[in-house]
Design a protein around this ligand. Structure first.
Ligand code: F6R
Length: 606
């Protein structure tokens, strides 16, 4: 949430910052702003609206400086407006700050500063930061000491990029619980919330740990810990291509990412699974340890949590380990029963989701082992967990997650096989599952052929007010994911239910013409599922069936056939028509598919 960028080098900063912001717009898009250091003066331009509006406002402003910072906002404190946009300056206009995160004690700090005579021009929590830095600066501290003292007073989360007009040859950055990376070029540095902002400029990135600071000059970078002691940082190579963060001819990132799924699944498989034993880089668990586990918790938010639900059954049936799936935001506050014999898996595409990171820290306090499953090398969650394993989905830019979900389900299924093999479980299903996972990329290619059919279907139902998704067993988590996709990008109200639950309440909502999407991939559950579908048809529902089974002829509104696969991994295939349905309905409604209202890609606030 919120994207920050910075540049220091020999080139004009303005176009580089605008370009970086455009690449980061998935993190927030209600306002944007830029500060450029020029002739020992800070130029500031900011506006409500998108990065495009900022570009239009700045293109003729003769911004020639080679040092600058910029921001794209997802509002938390203070509605989207010009004043609330970042950067924020202190009263003396000595410091400019861009911030991602939330300062929880801002009102206390604001009152303290008001008492000292500071004035506030916005309703944001951020504005206390430049003024607090100035407060320490006015007491005779230099730039770095002032920043270091100010951040000691802050409670909450922050990634900060800061300019000082009196020390106009540097940018200082720091972070706590919000992401920040520094890309290294030749005599230039690129600061950003996420690596995709500058993949076209560099593949070499530094990652900061909590409360680390970096003082960045054109040809030099120095790192400090919170006590201002010099520390060393290694460069990490990010092997995503610059192209992978571009639309490459597709109208939207979401459609591109849906179509990338055969490759992202293939890359995830080939990094771990072969016909021999599963090997997952970065993971080493002994048979002894796995034998003594009392429970697995899979903890995540949103779509990533749905990936956990979709794979719970594999861990329980194949590994015979009790597995619970939890929402990170709930797990943290419900005092879960965990001890050193519990294994906690945390799934996060971005690796920056605040609730998931906090839930991981909780497990660490209770001394249980933690595994992070992320798509982003070096992300916060991977630096906190005991082990980190990666989906190889490439950058996911559209706010609605698609290829990350299918890569997560793939990797979790492979992880379950890893556990089973380490435990030396002798079950013929494991060999079959391995073979079926290896076949997945071809099957995903096949499912994508439903594209035109789904596009036609969306033209018929895009005006709906409510859509229900139902499924039994493994098809229930896939229904949850289909329903989430539809509501987040089409703004159609949608809910998902386990089919058997309908008659315990939700069926009261079914009336003439309501669309009900039903997934049926488990042969053993066909009869029961068909009975539930009949119950809604009788009450006037239009039924859309996604299935890989031969269903008895019936009066369905539409059948979408998908290839059959191993029931354990069917959510990887059944979700794809639902991703496409959400996409095309959103397009029919003329909405911005990649940037749905009120949402941001990386939820770094709790
Ligand atoms: C929905 C979606 C979100 C994310 C959730 C967790 O399409 O993308 O529900 O899945 O915010 O994000 P990560 O996986 O980055 O922790």
């Amino acid at each position: 949430m919120c994207g920050i960028v910075g540049y220091i080098g020999q080139k004009k900063a303005h176009p580089i910052l605008i370009n970086g912001l455009s690449n980061l717009e998935y993190r927030g898009y209600d306002s944007a702003g830029i500060s450029i250091l020029e002739n020992n003066d800070i130029k500031l331009i900011k506006t409500k609206g998108r990065v495009k509006t900022l570009f239009e406002k700045t293109e003729n402003e003769n911004l020639n400086g080679t040092i600058g910072i910029a921001h794209t906002r997802w509002a938390t404190h203070g509605k989207p407006s010009d004043e609330n946009s970042h950067p924020h300056l202190d009263n003396s206009k000595t410091f400019a700050v861009v911030h991602n995160g939330i300062i929880e004690n801002y009102s206390e700090l604001r009152n303290m500063l008001i008492e000292k005579g500071y004035k506030f021009l916005s309703q944001t929590d951020t504005e206390v930061i430049p003024n607090l830095i100035h407060f320490y600066y006015s007491k005779g501290n230099d730039f770095i000491h002032s920043v270091s003292l100010a951040i000691k007073d802050l409670k909450g989360s922050f990634a900060l990029s800061i300019l000082c007009k009196d020390e106009a040859n540097k940018i200082i950055v720091t972070r706590k619980d919000s992401p920040l990376v520094i890309g290294k070029g030749k005599d230039e540095f690129f600061i950003s919330s996420d690596t995709p902002a500058y993949l076209d400029k560099t593949k070499e990135f530094y990652f900061l740990d909590d409360l680390d600071m970096a003082v960045i000059q054109q040809d030099d970078i120095k790192f400090y810990n919170s006590n201002l002691k010099n520390i060393k940082k290694d460069i990490k190579l990010i092997d995503w291509s610059a192209d992978s963060a571009q639309k490459n001819g597709y109208e939207d990132f979401m459609l591109k990412e849906i179509y990338e799924q055969p490759n992202s699944i293939k890359a995830t498989i080939s990094s771990t699974l072969s016909k021999d034993k599963v090997q997952i880089e970065g993971l080493e668990l002994s048979k002894e340890y796995l034998k003594n586990i009392n429970k697995i918790f899979i903890v995540a938010c949103g779509t990533a949590m749905h990936a956990g639900l979709a794979t719970k059954k594999i861990f329980e049936s194949i590994c015979k380990i009790q597995t619970e799936v939890d929402l990170a935001s709930e797990f943290r506050y419900r005092d879960p029963l965990i001890d050193e014999k519990t294994l906690c898996l945390y799934i996060s595409q971005s690796g920056e989701t605040a609730d998931t990171i906090a839930a991981l820290k909780l497990a660490k306090e209770k001394n249980c082992k933690t595994i992070a499953i992320s798509n982003v090398i070096g992300s916060s969650i991977t630096r906190e967990a005991d082990f980190s394993i990666y989906t190889h989905a490439g950058p996911e830019i559209a706010v609605a997650s698609t290829k990350a979900y299918t890569a997560q389900v793939t990797l979790l299924s492979i992880l379950a096989i890893y556990f089973a093999e380490t435990l030396e479980i002798n079950n013929p299903d494991i060999k079959i599952l391995k073979k079926d996972i290896l076949d997945l990329p071809n099957k995903v290619d096949e499912v994508l052929q439903v594209n035109d059919d789904i596009k036609e279907l969306s033209k018929k139902i895009y005006k709906e007010k409510d859509v229900f998704f139902i499924g039994r067993g493994i098809d229930y988590p896939a229904s949850l994911e289909g329903s989430l996709k539809l509501k987040e990008i089409s703004y159609i109200h949608s809910d998902a239910y386990a089919s058997g639950e309908l008659k315990h309440g939700p069926i009261a909502l079914i009336e003439d013409g309501i669309s009900v999407v039903s997934i049926i991939t488990d042969e053993k559950l066909i009869e029961k599922s068909i009975s539930n579908i009949q119950e809604v048809i009788t009450r006037g529902a239009k039924t859309i069936i996604v299935t890989n089974q031969n269903l008895p002829a019936n009066n369905f509104y539409k059948i979408v056939n998908i290839p059959s696969t191993n029931p354990y991994i069917s959510p990887i295939l059944s979700v794809i028509p639902l991703q496409l349905l959400a996409y095309y309905i959103s397009k029919e409604k003329g909405l911005d598919v990649d940037k749905p209202r009120n949402l941001a890609k990386s939820v770094t606030v709790e």
